[in-house]
Design a protein around this ligand. Structure first.
Ligand code: UD1
Length: 419
């Protein structure tokens, strides 16, 4: 088990560059199944989730090569299997994203209920309902196994999502680009990663528009071609580094951070009293004062992102006054709070709310990461804590942050990684 040894209470100073977005690249990797021509992805982060998706694709028949670090070549010229690997699918939530492409390409998919972070139940009913509307028949087998197929190929349809699920929107988009006729997705998710997936699919030759609004319209085409594509910077990693600067009372310039992708966070940082400067390709944060208490409610984009909820809760644990954080997207996403309390935080959980009474300072402790963003929150708190902390089960952090320890060390943190 990997762990980070952190000597805290050192303000972070300097600049850091954000890696490619995990939540964008995983979808493009899955979408490469839609074409027999090669796809080249640039700015691909070296993360365990990316590696798992790659293993899953190779298992299905993809020819994959790293052309150099960060550049991935994916080619699906040959026959593609419809059988997703059980181990990989159960380990990674994003594995469900092969469902749409497999149905579109080989008209069948044999998959397992996906796993992922321990942040509460993560059903896939909206994915299945959407694909069923496009003509897929779904058979449930025992032990969380699903078999989906279509006899005459997928057919466009009008789909209303009960909730703007990111994954369901993406799966339906990928299935619909090769379906016959027009698909309209209403109440679609509007995240920047959806807009990027639309761009990627358009580059492949798909006829799709509307991403970024709540209605996405797709006219199916017969076949798609290959493309080269550069993955956008990870907005959640960017937000995490901005919060790292703020929580340690330092000054951090985050290259690749985009104000248009992080508006909700910037608004809240401003309200908390942090100063920031928005450059053409960076955001710089400076926070020499104690943050003011806030009220935050996570929401689908453009609301405050659930993926930054744990990290901002860590900041608010040091605020002047009492803050209220309400988690509406993943109700169980407060597991890390018990560990934050070991570092001295004063937080009471009531249903989907965390009531956070600001303390003067965290104190070093041994803590256990329980999920990806919770792990980031614990590291941020440990960076701000007096004394030494140990953050264990770092594998969670590795799922979504490339070279995290190297990056914080470059900002002056005293951190040692033990594998
Ligand atoms: C994606 C992101 C994740 C982020 C989340 C919300 C990836 C790989 N992961 O996850 O980091 O936190 O968006 O921004 O991109 N739901 C259902 N039925 C479904 C699908 C979802 O009830 O069929 C519920 C989920 O349980 C959850 C909510 O909808 O409560 C949001 O889930 P969704 O938007 O689908 O998130 P993911 O795509 O899994």
């Amino acid at each position: 088990m990997s762990e980070l040894l952190i000597s805290g209470a050192k303000p972070l100073y300097g600049s850091v560059k954000v890696s490619g977005a995990k939540n964008s690249v995983l979808k493009m990797m899955a979408a490469s199944l839609l074409t027999k021509e090669p796809c080249i992805l640039r700015n691909v982060p070296n993360l365990s989730d990316v590696q798992k998706m790659l293993d899953l694709l190779v298992d299905l028949g993809t020819e994959a090569t790293w052309l150099n670090p960060g550049t991935l070549y994916l080619h699906n010229a040959n026959e593609i299997s419809c059988y997703g690997s059980e181990g990989l699918m159960r380990e990674m939530r994003a594995s469900i994203l092969i469902l749409g492409p497999l149905l579109a390409r080989v008209h069948k998919a044999h998959i397992y209920y996906p796993g992922g972070c321990a942040i509460g139940p993560r059903p896939i009913d909206l994915h299945l309902k959407g694909l069923e509307s496009l003509g897929a028949t779904i058979e449930q087998e025992q032990g969380g196994v699903l078999f989906l197929y279509t006899k005459n190929g997928l057919k466009g349809n009008r789909i209303y999502l009960d909730f703007p699920s990111v994954g369901a929107t993406e799966n339906i988009m990928m299935a619909a680009v090769l379906a016959k006729g027009r698909t309209v997705i209403e109440n679609a998710a509007r995240e920047p990663e959806i807009v990027e997936l639309q761009r990627f699919l358009s580059n492949l030759g798909a006829n799709i528009h509307g991403a970024g609004t709540d209605t996405i319209i797709i006219e199916g085409v017969e076949k798609l071609k290959g493309t080269e594509y550069t993955v956008i910077p990870d907005r959640i990693e960017a937000g995490t580094f901005l919060l790292a600067g703020a929580i340690t009372g330092g000054c951090v310039k985050v290259y690749g951070a985009r104000a248009d992708h992080n508006e909700a966070l910037l608004y809240k940082l401003h309200e908390a009293g942090a100063e920031f400067f928005i450059g053409s390709n960076y955001i710089e944060v400076k926070n020499q004062k104690k943050p003011k208490a806030l009220r935050i409610r996570t929401m689908p984009y453009p609301g405050f992102p659930t993926d930054l909820q744990p990290q901002i809760t860590a900041l608010l644990a040091l605020a002047d006054g009492t803050s209220l954080v309400t988690e509406t997207v993943f109700p169980d996403r407060f597991k890390y709070v018990h560990e934050l309390i070991r570092l001295g935080a004063n937080i009471v959980l009531e249903g989907e709310c965390a009531i956070i009474k600001g303390i003067p300072k965290f104190k070093g402790a041994k803590v256990l990461a329980t999920d990806l963003r919770g792990a980031a929150a614990l590291v941020l708190a440990a960076l701000a804590a007096n004394g030494e902390s140990r953050v264990c089960e770092l594998e969670h952090l590795d799922r979504g942050y490339e070279n995290f320890s190297e990056k914080v060390i470059s900002l002056g943190a005293i951190v040692e990684r033990h594998n």
